[in-house]
Design a protein around this ligand. Structure first.
Ligand SMILES: Cc1cc2nc3c(=O)[nH]c(=O)nc-3n(C[C@H](O)[C@H](O)[C@H](O)COP(=O)(O)OP(=O)(O)OC[C@H]3O[C@@H](n4cnc5c(N)ncnc54)[C@H](O)[C@@H]3O)c2cc1C
Ligand code: SF4
Length: 511
């Protein structure tokens, strides 16, 4: 076969950097970059409209950037008449057009796509090379080497290795300030503050406007709104968002990391995860800049360490778990939870104020911060015994930063304890008291957070005790739950029965 080009380089929608591994050694003179907008990727779950618009607009801008850097980009648009609708279908058409000697692709972020790419070598009459994604501190092999023979895979120990490996916030071979982790300083509730930082709201250009119209038309039945689309869609814009975060929000990021306030979706959070995950920002470079802010005396250690831990600790760790555990991880259901996720997860219409806030902003902006995801929507799903697979699909759908490698371990492992404690040492289950302590939500709720039974009682309270009682066979031995189980055992039988009755009545009302 006569080859027209040396290498065909498919660049996927979350590989939007010119430094992606597959482009590194390639020659722009003899290669063609293939970028594909395909229906299968937009619809294998019903992604939030703003998430699809963000990715498509960022892809189109990235294609222009690559062309500017001298690459030939063959770009397939969603509305192209002959669009085959899938990666494999589009690569097949591109192989016909370009007759490459080699297809070189950076590994994808999902088992589903990995399986499709693994099939290309048999389908196409050319070499297929899959290169490792090197945008992470920890390679698959390094994670396996760290995890092998450990009884427990605790993030904290992994994180220390990553600190040593990167040298971030190290004083010689010791952690800066003498401690590895300053989380204990990062649990303050916030007050409404007019001077609170706000992320930059980026104006849509012609490309984004065109994409928004396309998404509104084609994915009208997907959840979420496009009305408040304010994402950065280019590397330059994402860098502006990053600089803005470093200056305005990072100093108090740590202190208010777990806080929640009515009508305030962002607080001191970075709102950078969509850009980091899509490739518009380099996470390690970001961590170095965070460290530089600390070293310059502009940011306290608890904020700098807390932020760096999220990236080189949690983010790297969940990725390691995702690839190590394999495609079956998504099917785990340790607590045998079977309930359907309530319909209000797609509307936000519930009189539980905490849930309506967290879900409402999610539908409006495809964003909620970590504690809202973990302690409001995740906690509620856990307490009611929602099917963890359904919960996983919801998180994958509704967040602009959601790709399976990062979303699944966070949801199924950390939030729903469906892996039986592989990722977290105890379930993140709480009553209304935690939500009341960390937010102002309860003040304007129809329910009373102090009551446990009765028509006005906060549903989280009875659900919490019912969750513990219901799952005692599986959780009773967990040392980190010994205190709540002791408190449960100290209650009078009448109190226990009233709580269980209250919870079951509420669960029935959900059905
Ligand atoms: C149930 C559940 C589902 C989640 N799904 C996703 C997801 O699909 N995609 C995603 O990127 N994050 C996910 N997270 C982690 C976290 O909630 C988001 O990364 C964070 O809210 C993004 O907003 P931010 O940029 O303002 O983050 P910040 O709070 O400002 O944190 C800074 C950065 O740290 C990283 N980070 C923080 N926590 C985590 C974590 N637990 N895992 C991985 N990275 C982390 C992110 O890159 C983030 O941008 C999930 C958490 C939970 C509890
Ligand atoms: S009272 Fe209960 S339901 Fe209402 S906001 Fe507080 S925790 Fe949520």
């Amino acid at each position: 076969m006569k080859h027209s080009v040396e290498t065909l380089i498919p660049v996927l929608g979350d590989q939007l950097t010119p430094d992606i591994a597959s482009l590194k050694g390639a020659n722009p003179e003899t290669s063609v970059v293939l970028m594909m907008e395909v229906d299968e990727e937009a619809t294998y779950v019903r992604h939030h409209k703003a998430k699809i618009a963000f990715i498509l607009s960022a892809m189109r801008h990235h294609a222009d950037r690559l062309r500017g850097l001298g690459w030939t980009v063959d770009y397939v648009r969603l509305d192209d008449a002959d669009n085959a609708g899938s990666f494999t279908g589009e690569v097949a058409r591109a192989v016909e057009r370009h007759a490459p000697a080699t297809i070189c692709v950076t590994e994808p972020g999902e088992w589903r796509v990995r399986a499709a790419i693994d099939g290309w070598a048999d389908k196409f009459d050319c070499l297929v090379e899959i290169v490792e994604d090197d945008r992470f501190v920890c390679s698959h092999a390094s994670f396996d080497a760290w995890a092998t023979d450990r009884k427990q895979l605790r993030m904290e120990y992994f994180y220390r290795e990553m600190r040593r490996k990167t040298g971030l916030l190290m004083a010689g071979d010791k952690p800066e300030g003498g401690q590895w982790n300053y989380d204990a300083e990062n649990r303050k509730p916030a007050q409404n503050d007019l001077l609170m930082p706000r992320p930059i709201a980026f104006r849509s250009d012609d490309i984004t406007r065109e994409v928004i119209a396309l998404v509104a038309d084609r994915f009208a039945d997907h959840p979420g709104s496009l009305d408040q689309f304010e994402f950065a869609v280019t590397h330059e814009e994402a860098m502006r968002a990053q600089r803005h975060f470093l200056k305005s929000a990072l100093p108090d990021f740590g202190t208010y990391q777990d806080a929640m306030l009515t009508g305030e979706p962002y607080l001191w959070h970075a709102v950078l995860s969509p850009y980091i995950n899509a490739g518009l920002l380099d996470p390690i470079d970001l961590c170095r800049k965070v460290e530089a802010e600390y070293r310059a005396g502009r940011v306290p250690l608890n904020s700098a360490e807390g932020f760096i831990r999220q990236i080189i600790g949690w983010r790297e760790y969940v990725r390691g778990i995702y690839w190590r555990e394999g495609p079956d991880y998504a099917q785990r259901n340790f607590l045998n939870a079977k309930r359907d996720l309530p319909a209000f997860y797609w509307t936000g219409q519930t009189d539980m104020h905490c849930l309506s806030q967290a879900i409402g902003q999610t539908l409006d902006r495809a964003y909620a911060h970590h504690i809202q995801r973990l302690m409001i929507t995740g906690n509620f799903a856990l307490l009611i015994g929602a099917d963890p697979h359904q919960v996983h699909l919801w998180y994958l759908e509704v967040y602009a930063d959601a790709y399976e490698w990062v979303e699944l371990p966070n949801t199924l492992g950390m939030s729903q304890f469906a892996d039986g404690g592989l990722l977290g040492s105890k379930p993140y289950a709480s009553s209304g008291a935690y939500i009341d302590r960390m937010s102002d939500y309860c003040r304007s709720c129809r329910y009373d957070v102090k009551q446990r039974v009765g028509p006005d009682a906060c549903p989280f309270n009875a659900l919490y005790w019912d969750f513990l009682a219901r799952n005692r066979g599986k959780l009773g031995d967990n040392p980190r739950l010994s205190m709540p189980y002791r408190n449960w055992d100290r209650m009078e039988a009448d109190t226990q029965n009233a709580l269980i009755k209250q919870a079951r009545g509420f669960l029935q009302s959900l059905d």
